[in-house]
Design a protein. Sequence first.
Length: 158
Amino acid sequence: MNIEEVKDLIKMIDESDLALFELKQGDFSLKMDKSQTRSSEVKELVNKEPASQKESVVNNTISVQEAKVEIKEEIKDENLFIVKSPIVGTFYGASSPDKDPYVHEGKKVKQGDVLCIIEAMKLMNEIESEINGEIVEVMVESESMVEYGQPLFKIRRA
């Protein structure tokens, strides 16, 4: 997806009543969320067009300040293992709010170590590591909703 297609999507979503839009194509991921608290700072799209065309873009108000945009392209690494959610539920990184998280970036884990808890229908399901390795990235914030198959952790194989 090129930058012009992304700009067109932003404009269409901004003009619609949608609060959340996600698109995934291979390694490309795009998420726009207008439901979160809006920041008061103004963000502008910067393009490589002459100044007169830039002014017309700003005057037509492609309102990026109301859309949170995430674009990620991941680099494939053969040693990375992605832990995905086996169920839909609420992700918890620790056993209780006052406890330290089970894992954090840089922590070494062994097969069978608890990585997190996913609550589904008032049942607490411990998610365990399937491999030995080191946590490279925690991809979900605690107390957020997760979908089936959603990536939770990146672990570099030991």
